[in-house]
Design a protein around this ligand. Structure first.
Ligand SMILES: [Zn+2]
Length: 255
């Protein structure tokens, strides 16, 4: 009888350890490369999407050769090229820059009447406990209007990101359900990632999305996850090791 009890206890202990070891830690920001590298034209990283997914189920980024905008939502990675149509990206695609987390909401704001992008940012600023933490932001609901963009795939020699963005293609949609995926990051992150707000968008029907330029939210929810832990992995590609970059800054910056 006692022996049976010990066996049961040991089995329970082993199952518990396995459960803990498989638990995904939430709200740790994991990123591949740094935004100043991308700004300078480092469009070849070496992290595959199946590896990226080990570090998060929510986030944003781009693909090697800057082949469109990346959205990570509910564990799936979507690619939006300049045709504006999201497709689920193959696991073997490689990213030169991406930031993901296992999203867990710490604060929820209910939005019951129309809000501009600026008003949404102000609500988030007012709701966060400090300017000095990182935040994963999810905004979902019904949108009156959403404007996004994507960028064309590049060939070597790579131009810098400012030149690529001059050739951006924009998309607009009215009356659309969907999700804004992104981050609010502190001033001190500048150069490593995009300081302040950076958002991408994916419609609920998965037919529309991209890097977010503007929106009006009709009604929905803003969820905020507080991030106090940060990991950054740098590429080993020649494009990364040989490119001189420094103070380009994150001109993706939007106030
Ligand atoms: Zn973006």
């Amino acid at each position: 009888m006692k022996n049976q009890f010990v066996k049961t206890f040991v089995l329970f202990f082993i199952i518990s350890i396995l459960a803990i070891s498989q638990k995904k830690e939430t709200n740790i920001l994991y990123q591949h490369s740094v935004i100043n590298a991308l700004s300078a034209g480092v469009y070849e990283g070496d992290l595959s999407l199946d590896n990226l997914k080990q570090f998060g189920d929510f986030g944003l980024g781009t693909f090697n050769n800057i082949d469109g905008e990346m959205i990570v939502l509910d564990g799936k990675v979507y690619q939006i090229k300049t045709d504006g149509i999201p497709v689920e990206a193959a696991d073997n695609l490689i990213t030169p820059f991406a930031a993901v987390t296992f999203f867990k909401s710490d604060t929820t704001l209910e939005i019951k009447n129309p809000q501009t992008l600026q008003q949404i940012k102000e609500k988030i600023d007012a709701a966060v406990p400090s300017e000095n933490y990182l935040y994963a932001i999810k905004v979902f609901g019904e949108f009156k209007r959403v404007k996004t963009r994507s960028v064309p795939k590049q060939q070597k020699p790579f131009p810098d990101l400012a030149s690529v963005i001059k050739d951006q293609v924009t998309f607009e949609k009215e009356t659309v359900s969907g999700t804004v995926i992104g981050f609010k990051l502190p001033e001190f992150i500048d150069g490593v990632n995009v300081k302040n707000f950076h958002f991408h968008f994916l419609s609920k029907d998965k037919n529309f999305g991209g890097h977010l330029l503007d929106l009006v939210l009709d009604k929905g929810k803003i969820e905020i996850g507080i991030i106090k832990e940060f990991r950054c992995q740098l590429p080993s590609t020649e494009n990364f090791t040989k490119t001189k970059f420094g103070k380009e800054g994150s001109y993706l910056q939007n106030k």
